[in-house]
Write a protein that binds this ligand. Structure first.
Ligand code: BGC
Length: 871
């Protein structure tokens, strides 16, 4: 619904029985009604992904139908695939006829001039606005479509029904530059005759409190939320009538006394406006709206690229005990981002208060010190009529436990409390289970930290006064994230935020959108090594997973500008500290890695990737430039940090991990560096010491150097510091710090201690890619070749994994019995598996047909296979 691209890309996945099936040609047709707008004809091609539209120009506000047929390896044609539809949005600025509207600005007491555009950042409780207008429809329209967005958050209603299921829409962008709109088919909601359209507006990222700067906590983009909405009624005779936001709308305040991400919500049900979005409502006392010009200029309107945030999973709360405060402590069984729904009965004016926290302290009290300034408290004031239901609208919290304070005379038995997890509604693409309950919990914790932090942008954490799109966190986790969910559209959206935050001198920023983090500066600070580098790494990963050149082409010049920014500032090819923020290997434990070494290693890496990205999009002129630059930085790295024995300055686990995974050392030193890495593990008694930047490489590098057993040792560790340690403590998400809580010290400093940060969940990529053996192949992006190098381990016993790659479903299951491992795989049609095993198989069966076995390296076409080998 609502597509803005003139050249949408088409993908399909193939289905087929048997083995070695492939596509040799396709034909794709796009129609509008009876008219064919594009017929590709029979195209001889194996490609099933990223086929760019090349028909007549698409027209705004229309449905298009498309289908595809393919020819297989013996030139046998398939049927046409089931018809799929897409609808274009308002593709041109002139398609918009609506105006931004908002309540009139009310001067705070004691203020002389309106300061709408001066961004008074002190937070004040402000009620949510209701806006409405009646309209009539001559007859029932054959089609009704609404295009809607807000500066702030909106909830749209038509004739008393809520439109769509999105929450926190339109999501976070730099509202001074761009805002995304959503499109909904509302044909079913429009009646012949009288109709009413209405919206509620919340503050959200636009004017509410965002981030940790308490003196300038809110109003980052403006002082009051505004709505933009355009409804198209399409009649049988082809006429289109438009209902738009303009001065004919009226506004009022209602039951939402305030609703803010960090504060929470106060909802007074006695102030409800019954039937406010239905015809016949008496709005005579409502105020006119102001047609409003966004400051400093109206933002660009773009159709939202990714599915919006929605309510995804519900967790019934279970009462644990009564807290000292008198409230009741509820356990959801899972740390989530979202809010609660309450069902209750009470007297008019009864107050129900919900406080949210991730942990309980030693006494069983709600632990909220780590939320910093996030108050995370919702209040519901009852209306006193029958069974009432409450859930807040324009706030969310990160929590596992809730403390519910009830009015006098109400017992928890009469109340039902349910936690609702919200996140971008991306398709879940991966699933994995193993013979180890602890590892299964780790897999779940990784998935949940991703769910809880995929909230319009990939955030660091959902609970405290932070919740920014921190780029290194995302970069180290992205390969994992791409197994768990289809992250393609989500990244395309975030890349726009990253691009808009880029500084005039080419520097990428640490967070995107960047405004609330640097409220005092005119411009944000340049990103730190590993942080500012993230866009290059993300573009490369996006290419490998989805085979999508378009994102690279679109943002290539920005990546070039970043590389130039680094090179200009570091003429000696060492990435010296002073120029940037430099967080080093953030939150590592044990000896710290040298920051200039880490920074320079990252520099080698991103220059290497730029050479490859340049090659992918045919910028051969730049390939040689980056290859030469990479050599120069490598040489500087070697000279400054590596001795003849392959020992690297600082002698930390991360030093060897980066050098090995980024291929920095000359081949003859790789083996030495590998030995140093193993020595560092021994010195730490077999424990990890890596921070955000090192952790991603830990298990993959150990597998690469033939030390998978050591990677498994880390996986199974349950003593501090390890993933298992947090799980023994009951974690249901990934902790920000290895020492978030320890036996001797208890909770870490309240200044920075989230229990829901996905960075250390970066081990997920090793679980999918090396334990299950479902990896991408750098030479064949988009999973047309699957690189399968499973690492078997007796302690794990068995694995069952699947991944819905862009090319289709890949499966891998192995089980060890006695001295034999039996491995079953499914390779989708049109794909091949490049297999590397620890030893040559004993048997290899395709379906039920035994195949001859050669060595331990071989390739297979599509189909199901069972392979056995000794272990
Ligand atoms: C955030 C991190 C981020 C870091 C950068 C923290 O406050 O929570 O996840 O990457 O700052 O230093």
């Amino acid at each position: 619904m609502g597509l803005n691209r003139p050249d949408p890309h088409f993908d399909w996945a193939l289905d087929g029985t048997g083995h070695d099936r492939s596509q040799t040609a396709y034909r794709l047709i796009v129609r509008h009604g009876e008219t064919t707008v594009w017929d590709s004809g029979k195209v001889a091609s194996e490609q099933t992904q990223q086929i760019a539209y090349a028909g007549h120009a698409l027209v705004s506000d229309r449905y298009y139908a498309w289908s595809v047929m393919v020819w297989d390896e013996s030139d046998e044609a398939s049927d046409w695939a089931e018809t799929q539809y897409f609808r274009t949005g308002l593709m041109q600025p002139e398609d918009w006829h609506a105006s931004w509207i908002a309540r009139y600005f009310v001067l705070p007491v004691g203020r002389e001039a309106p300061n709408d555009n001066l961004y008074d950042n002190r937070w004040q409780a402000r009620p949510a606005d209701h806006l409405r207008r009646d309209f009539s429809s001559r007859t029932k329209p054959v089609r009704a479509t609404v295009y809607v967005t807000a500066l702030g958050l909106y909830e749209l209603h038509l004739n008393g029904e809520r439109v769509g299921e999105d929450v926190m829409a339109p999501g976070w962008t730099d509202y001074h530059q761009r805002v995304e709109y959503q499109s909904h088919d509302v044909t079913a909601l429009i009646a012949a005759g009288d109709n009413t359209i209405g919206a509620m507006l919340g503050e959200g990222w636009y004017s509410g409190r965002v981030g940790h700067n308490q003196r300038r906590a809110g109003n980052h983009y403006g002082g009051r939320p505004a709505l933009l909405c355009q409804l198209h009624l399409e009649y049988a005779d082809g006429r289109i009538e438009r209902i738009v936001t303009d001065e004919s709308w009226t506004t009022s305040q209602g039951p939402v006394c305030y609703s803010d991400f960090l504060m929470g919500e106060l909802y007074d049900a006695r102030l409800e406006l019954d039937g406010w979005a239905e015809p016949g409502f008496d709005a005579s006392r409502w105020q006119p709206v102001e047609v409003f010009s966004p400051d400093p200029r109206p933002p660009r309107l773009e159709a939202s690229r990714a599915p919006q945030v929605r309510e995804i999973v519900r967790f019934p709360g279970r009462v644990l005990h009564r807290a000292k405060t008198g409230g009741y402590i509820y356990d959801l069984g899972q740390n989530i981002a979202g809010y609660c729904e309450l069902q209750l009965s009470g007297k008019a004016g009864d107050r129900f208060t919900l406080r949210h926290g991730e942990m309980l302290d030693g006494e069983g009290e709600l632990y909220v010190a780590n939320l910093r300034h996030a108050v995370a408290t919702d209040h519901y004031i009852a209306r006193g009529e029958g069974r009432e239901r409450f859930k807040p609208r324009f706030t969310f919290h990160g929590f596992h436990y809730v403390e519910l304070t009830l009015p006098e005379g109400i017992s928890p038995e009469s109340v039902s409390l349910t936690g609702i997890a919200i996140h971008n509604d991306l398709k879940l693409t991966g699933a994995m289970r193993t013979g180890s309950p602890m590892v299964n919990q780790l897999i779940s914790n990784i998935e949940w930290s991703q769910r809880d932090n995929f909230l319009s942008v990939p955030t660091d954490c959902p609970q405290r006064d932070e919740r920014y799109g921190w780029s290194a966190d995302a970069q180290v986790f992205w390969k994992t994230a791409g197994y768990v969910m289809d992250v393609s559209a989500f990244l395309e959206k975030w890349f726009e935020d990253i691009a808009e935050a880029q500084l005039p001198d080419g520097a990428f920023t640490d967070v995107a959108p960047s405004k609330p983090l640097n409220p005092y500066r005119l411009t944000a600070q340049p990103g730190a090594p590993g942080w500012g580098d993230a866009p290059v790494i993300l573009a490369w990963q996006h290419w490998l997973r989805y085979g999508d050149r378009a994102l690279i082409e679109k943002h290539y010049d920005r990546l070039v500008a970043w590389l130039k920014h680094i090179a200009d500032a570091n003429p000696d090819h060492l990435r010296i500290n002073a120029v940037y923020n430099n967080y080093g290997d953030w939150l590592s434990i044990g000896p710290a890695s040298d920051r200039t070494m880490v920074a320079t290693a990252y520099w080698v890496h991103v220059v290497d990737l730029m050479a490859r990205l340049s090659d992918v999009i045919g910028r051969t002129d730049m390939v040689a430039h980056y290859v030469a630059q990479a050599e120069a930085v490598r040489a500087a790295f070697m000279k400054a940090f590596v001795d003849a024995d392959g020992r690297i300055t600082g002698d930390t686990q991360t030093a060897y991990l980066l050098a090995l995974d980024f291929s920095i050392l000359p081949p003859e030193l790789d083996a030495r560096a590998g030995q140093h890495l193993l020595r560092k593990l021994d010195e730490a008694d077999g424990h990890l010491q890596t921070g955000f930047l090192g952790v991603k490489h830990l298990c993959p590098v150990l597998s690469d150097i033939g030390a998978s057993t050591r990677a498994y040792d880390l996986l199974f560790n349950e003593t501090y510091p390890s993933w298992g340690f947090s799980i023994v403590q009951g974690a249901t998400t990934i902790w920000e710090r290895w020492d978030g809580w320890t036996e001797d010290r208890g909770f870490q400093s309240v200044n920075m201690n989230s229990f829901n940060h996905y960075a250390y969940g970066a081990v997920g990529e090793w679980l999918y890619a090396r334990v299950a053996g479902i990896d991408w192949d750098e030479a064949a992006p988009g999973y047309s070749t699957i690189c399968m190098r499973p690492q078997f381990d007796r302690r794990l016993g068995w694995v069952e994994a699947r991944y819905d790659a862009p090319t289709g479903r890949i499966e891998s299951q192995w089980r060890i019995e006695g001295d034999v491992v039996t491995w079953t795989i499914a390779v989708p049609p049109n794909c091949r598996a490049a297999i590397t095993l620890p030893s040559a198989p004993l048997t290899l069966v395709a379906g039920d047909r035994p195949l001859p076995v050669a060595g331990k390296d071989f390739a297979l076409g599509s189909g199901r296979y069972t392979i056995s080998l000794s272990i």
